[in-house]
Design a protein around this ligand. Structure first.
Ligand SMILES: C[S@@+](CC[C@H](N)C(=O)[O-])C[C@H]1O[C@@H](n2cnc3c(N)ncnc32)[C@H](O)[C@@H]1O
Length: 247
């Protein structure tokens, strides 16, 4: 059973593509005539020229909107595609879930004719800049330490890649880990947490004391006092990075 058969049951409710991040991803794909989306999930950020989506979870595949690109149930480590199958391959917020990163990246390089675009995050920056894991949920950061892929390692495996910061808008539509950096109450909502694997996989029991502390700091105004600087910002660099490479 694929891990997202459990984690992904409510994905489509809180994880919709953010249009500003979509613009950045589509710009990174350049003028690719066709694109393969690996670890595609429900199809977020797929451009119109998507040839095929590759996704191992049936639960995620079932949430792809009608009219989405064709999809196949498979893993990155063994792509059911010929060499040079498409101009570009993208893999968004997925590499940290792969059981064999090197095999998966080798496969991306095999099927991409010209360009590979990977969205991931720099765990060191994330730990330092994201108040939720720094001040309230260090256990979630510790869990992410076990799976986050260092961006320099990823760039090396890709044969060299430029790393482009993805700043997260304060009203980010896509409810991933740090999407609610300026909307702290959201993290008290179990539905929001269930769409964030870092929190869902750390477990509610482990998170409970930190969430109680956050609830108290929000009720007393302490959070707003301590983070007044954030409330003035429109977007934040919390460590998300696009890795872009030409083959
Ligand atoms: C956080 S979701 C991201 C989905 C989509 N790319 C997006 O941006 O919304 C991570 C996805 O990676 C998929 N995944 C997990 N292991 C995988 C593997 N070995 N190969 C390909 N995809 C995998 C999961 O099933 C899940 O759909």
């Amino acid at each position: 059973m694929a891990i997202y058969d459990t984690l992904g049951t409510t994905y489509g409710r809180t994880r919709q593509p953010d249009p500003r991040i979509a613009d950045q991803i589509h710009a990174a794909l350049g003028n690719a005539a066709d694109v393969i989306n690996v670890g595609a999930g429900t199809g977020s950020y797929e451009p119109p020229q998507t040839l095929l989506a590759v996704e191992p979870s049936q639960v995620m595949l079932a949430q792809r909107p009608p009219g989405s690109a064709p999809a196949v149930c498979a893993v990155a480590e063994r792509l059911p595609l010929r060499d040079d199958a498409a101009d570009a391959v993208m893999a968004l917020l997925t590499v940290h879930h792969w059981s064999d990163l090197e095999a998966g990246i080798t496969e991306l390089r095999r099927v991409a004719r010209r360009r590979i675009v990977v969205l991931t995050w720099d765990q060191q920056i994330f730990r330092e800049r994201f108040w939720l894991v720094r001040e309230y949920l260090p256990q979630a950061a510790a869990f992410d330490d076990t799976r986050a892929v260092p961006t320099d390692r990823l760039a090396r495996l890709l044969g060299g890649a430029r790393q482009v910061p993805v700043h997260i808008p304060h009203d980010c539509v896509d409810g991933f880990g740090a999407a609610f950096w300026r909307r702290p109450d959201a993290y008290l909502d179990p539905r929001v947490r269930s769409g964030i694997s870092m929190l869902a996989q750390t477990g509610e029991d482990v998170l409970a004391p930190g969430l109680a502390a956050l609830a108290e700091d929000l009720a007393t105004g302490r959070w707003h006092h301590r983070h007044a600087d954030l409330l003035a910002l429109g977007s934040l660099d919390v460590g998300y990075r696009l890795l872009v490479t030409d083959s």
